[in-house]
Write a new protein. Structure first.
Length: 500
């Protein structure tokens, strides 16, 4: 085992000890000419991988081309609501290589994407293109640096093969790491497709629930109503996550239930993007014609997805309550409704921090309503003036004004109200500014820069990719080049593309 060099971490395969219906044993398909383009040294170190060994063998291991000691590849089964329609899915171009368990007992899934077809591929070729895999690196590293829970990118290996998309594209395999790859769709699979009889499906759902509790909520295993407590925990985590996304102007782009984790980590970065100018109706994804996953809809879609999770758990939820499925539904609806309250509170906390507002010394209720209005009015100003979301908040943090907004009458009056608000708080100007500078990044993985970096990378030049990656990893530091607005007109036409 490679871990013999590093006895502090080891491989395990707990997922493969589930009933076989939850996965297919399948090997990655070796690629023609693997070349390691990107390795996250720091993350590799955290997982106690030997970076030198990775530099020698990684191109083969991280594409499944040579046996990677300790790994036991499989493709995970899941289902999902895609743009509202329910389908059986599964890893169609991905392999779970195993779980890395660190000395502290933390367990990480190590997963390859683009590593070849599986029994779940349907019509897909099992491959991934280079640019979207590098995109996933930029976006996930940016989110991570911004303090947003997300899967992490460990490596990208170019395959030396061309794959057929609309045009021919260079291929790559991504390795990513997450606290698990259990999704809402994993439970939907268990409830709908795991066996031919309803009774068997309930038992398999129970098995998956117990597994998820072991991994994510060990303290709830002994709970009286484990399914309910589990649902509550997932609802709570998703409320925090979506509020974080909103506070940094992040649009996931494909919030299908198969892309929503139960760990509360952001996952599957397809046509996602950060807002440039503030427009809550923004949709960048070329496949999202109805705007289902627009920026403003994210907090509405999340509870819709969570209701799918609840539905999959319904027989267990009913059994625990000693009720019929029908009789337990009202209580479960109330649980899903908790999302809105938890999200609202998290949203207020995030945006208060962005505006330097502290909640102390205020009558809680009046303070909350007034602050909410103050925040919403600022966002309306941004929208009206088509101002850049990230840069406007950053300017506010640095200069206590936003030039573009303070010159118009509504802007002037907003700034007066904002200043007045501070008289109610005991924060000094310095602590306020520090708080704002920590809540308002200077650097995000900005669309025009991401596009430019990827275009060059496809032509073999990784310089811009590497420079942008370095910048997004230090989001709180002003950076002349990467703290700049997009060129005029760019934001009007920008679209992102999925599933490639
Ligand atoms: P995604 O849009 O990446 O969340 O993927 C949705 C589903 O399509 C998953 O089951 C993927 O495994 C599958 N899929 C996407 N692209 C491919 C491909 N090139 N080959 C096989 N399966 C794919
Ligand atoms: Mg997916």
């Amino acid at each position: 085992m490679s871990s013999s060099l590093h006895p502090r971490a080891q491989w395990d395969h707990s997922y493969s000890r589930l009933s076989p219906v939850f996965y297919a044993r399948v090997q990655p398909v070796p690629v023609r000419e693997p070349r390691l383009l990107y390795l996250n040294d720091q993350l590799a170190g955290e997982l106690s991988f030997d970076v030198e060994e990775f530099r020698r063998e990684g191109a083969h291991w991280l594409t499944g081309g040579r046996e990677w000691p300790g790994t036991r590849p499989l493709a995970m089964a899941y289902a999902g609501h895609q743009f509202g329609g329910f389908t059986k899915l599964g890893d169609g171009r991905a392999h779970l290589m195993g779980e890395r368990v660190t000395e502290s007992g933390r367990r990480w899934d190590v997963h390859l994407k683009g590593s070849g077809p599986t029994p779940f591929s349907r019509r897909g070729d099992g491959r991934a293109a280079l640019a979207p895999m590098l995109r996933e690196v930029l976006i996930s590293e940016s989110l991570h640096a911004l303090g947003v829970p997300c899967s992490r990118s460990l490596s990208v290996v170019a395959t030396g093969e061309w794959i057929d998309r609309e045009v021919s594209k260079p291929g790559a395999v991504l390795a990513r790491v997450a606290s698990s790859h259990l999704r809402v769709g994993s439970f939907e699979f268990a409830a709908a497709f795991s066996a031919s009889t309803p009774a068997e499906r309930v038992e398999l759902t129970r098995e998956l629930l117990q597994y998820a509790l072991r991994r994510h909520e060990p303290e709830l295993q002994q709970a009286k109503r484990p399914a309910l407590e589990f649902l509550r925990a997932v609802v709570a985590r998703q409320a925090q996550l979506i509020a974080k996304w909103m506070s940094i102007g992040f649009i996931h782009g494909v919030m299908n239930t198969d892309n929503m984790t139960i760990s509360g980590e952001s996952m599957d970065f397809g046509p996602c993007a950060f807002l440039d100018r503030y427009d809550p109706d923004s949709v960048f994804s070329s496949i999202d014609h109805q705007g289902r996953y627009a920026y403003r809809n994210q907090p509405r879609i999340a509870p819709w997805n969570l209701a799918c999770l609840a539905e999959a758990l319904l027989p267990l939820l009913a059994e625990e309550a000693g009720l019929s499925v029908q009789a337990v539904v009202p209580e479960i609806k109330t649980e899903i409704d908790q999302f809105a309250a938890a999200y609202d509170a998290a949203w207020l906390r995030e945006f208060r921090a962005k505006l330097g507002l502290r909640s102390e010394n205020l009558g809680e209720d009046s303070g909350q309503a007034a602050d909410r209005t103050l925040i919403e009015d600022f966002l309306k100003l941004l929208q009206k003036e088509r101002a850049d979301f990230t840069l406007s908040f950053r300017e506010l943090a640095q200069a206590e004004t936003v030039e573009r907004l303070s010159s118009i009458p509504e802007g002037k009056s907003w700034f007066h109200r904002w200043q007045d608000r501070f008289r109610a708080s005991d924060a000094t100007t310095i602590t306020r500014r520090e708080q704002m500078l920590r809540a308002n990044p200077a650097v995000i993985a900005r669309n025009f820069q991401v596009e430019r970096a990827l275009k060059n990378a496809e032509q073999g030049d990784l310089t811009q990719f590497e420079a942008l990656l370095k910048a997004v990893r230090e989001p709180w530091t002003d950076h002349a080049e990467y703290s700049a607005a997009p060129p005029e007109g760019f934001a009007d036409t920008f679209q992102t593309f999925c599933g490639t």
